[in-house]
Design a protein around this ligand. Structure first.
Ligand SMILES: Cc1ncc(COP(=O)(O)O)c(C=O)c1O
Length: 412
């Protein structure tokens, strides 16, 4: 296990005080804080290397291209992809899922087909499929959850038919923290000749994820939730699937050639090789450099250790919150089946009021639907308060949080 006190020293923002209180950052599911190693790597890049990638023969462009490609390699190793041809850099998880929805769906799905998702998804794994279903005429079906917040696997299995072409699901819920059994769902998808799309926004930053072991066809995740800068996201796709897809965005660097024919009065375009075929325009090079450093940082800690640390924090938070009779908790009470996310409401109080009151004491939590309104509808909640943990959080912070929460309840 790593030394949390040492880890905390790497995060300058944790030195801040808010309203005179030490900052307690429990909004990690929204975005993580950044260690000095990542901040320095980005600064170093702009100070010493900055140039465009794949566009110049000069030294700076060559060096930048090497760093940028190295970031793809680092990412491929983290999730055990076969190589950088399976790693496409995008803006975030949202863009990665949109890329799959547009590029794969446009040529593979029609009126007869069905896509299965679940009601526990973040909006970014619902809205793109609904948009494409209007364009292509396929149906989107929703698997239900059980009352404890876990996926209803029986319901999911019953929804699968010969028409099912895609199962798309979050690895971990950003509200209840429930971790879905991706191996089981992958088997179900592949036995029925469907592809499996996994939203890894809340799993890849927090636990080991092996795309080959889990047999995932597409995986989407965001750098900013795993210590990297904002604006860099990742789409993993099996090479054979990416090869057979047309790009979603066209422009520079994603083509091998664009030839104009005067006779036909049009251009014939040959796509670039993978992954560049899907990376049109000047990419977020600084973000990619930061991502590579963030991955190195997490690997030094060990992803198993990251998961274990968060499990212990979650178990502690669940225990303290369950002792408080004014708290309504959502999702399982067992930290072994969920990631480091605890959502709840205080009886008789609005979730935003609770978050604002916590903020008075320097405690940062999220309030609202967390971009998962259908799940809140199913849970019978008009919103919730969410505390989410990461490598730099401590048991002492959770105790402080529980203590302040009790104080706040008296405001009702
Ligand atoms: C499960 C899940 N999916 C997708 C997203 C969207 O991530 P991004 O805003 O980085 O695109 C989030 C963000 O909170 C998430 O928690």
């Amino acid at each position: 296990m790593f030394n949390v006190a040492e880890v905390r020293k790497d995060f300058p923002i944790l030195q801040r005080k808010i309203n005179g209180y030490d900052i307690i950052y429990f909004d990690n599911a929204a975005t993580s804080q950044k260690p000095v190693q990542v901040i320095e790597a980005v600064k170093d890049f702009y100070s010493k290397y900055n140039a465009n990638v794949h566009r110049g023969v000069h030294t700076l462009s060559q060096e930048t291209s090497k760093l940028y490609e190295g970031a793809h390699e680092e990412t491929a190793k983290l999730i055990n992809a076969r190589g950088i041809e399976e790693i496409v850099f995008v803006k975030n998880t949202t863009e990665a899922i949109n890329l799959i929805a547009y590029s794969w769906t446009l040529h593979n799905l029609g009126k007869e087909d069905e896509v299965i998702t679940t009601i526990m998804e973040h909006h970014s794994n619902i809205v793109p499929w609904e948009i494409l279903s209007k364009l292509r005429g396929f149906k989107v079906k929703y698997a239900d959850i059980k009352d404890d917040g876990t996926l209803d696997y029986e319901c999911l299995e019953k929804l699968v038919t010969k028409r099912t072409k895609v199962i798309t699901i979050a690895h971990a819920s950003n509200v209840t923290g429930v971790i879905n059994d991706i191996s089981k769902i992958s088997k179900l998808a592949h036995e029925n000749k469907a592809i499996l799309v996994v939203d890894g926004a809340q799993s890849v930053p927090h636990m080991p994820v092996d795309v080959r072991k889990l047999d995932i066809d597409f995986l989407a995740f965001s750098g900013h939730k795993m210590l990297a800068p904002t604006g860099i996201g990742i789409l993993y796709g099996k090479k054979e699937l990416l090869e057979n897809m047309d790009p979603f965005i066209g422009g520079g660097d994603m083509i091998k050639s664009v030839k104009y024919s005067k006779i036909k009065d049009c251009c014939t375009i040959e796509w670039n090789s993978l992954p560049w075929k899907f990376e049109a325009g000047t990419p977020n090079v600084g973000g990619a450099i930061g991502l590579a450093e963030a991955i190195k940082y997490l690997k030094r800690l060990g992803m198993e250790n990251v998961q274990e640390h968060e499990r212990q924090l979650t178990q502690h938070a669940l225990k303290l919150l369950q002792e408080d009779e004014n708290i309504v908790l959502y999702g399982p009470r067992d930290s072994l089946t969920k990631c480091g996310i605890v959502s709840f409401n205080v009886k008789g109080m609005n979730h935003h009021d609770v978050a604002l009151l916590l903020d008075n004491f320097g405690i940062m939590v999220r309030s609202g639907y967390h971009c998962a309104e259908p799940l809140h509808q199913r849970l019978g909640a008009g919103g919730s308060v969410r505390a989410s943990f990461y490598i730099y959080n401590t048991k002492e912070e959770i105790e402080k949080f529980a203590e302040i929460l009790e104080k706040i309840e008296n405001v009702r």
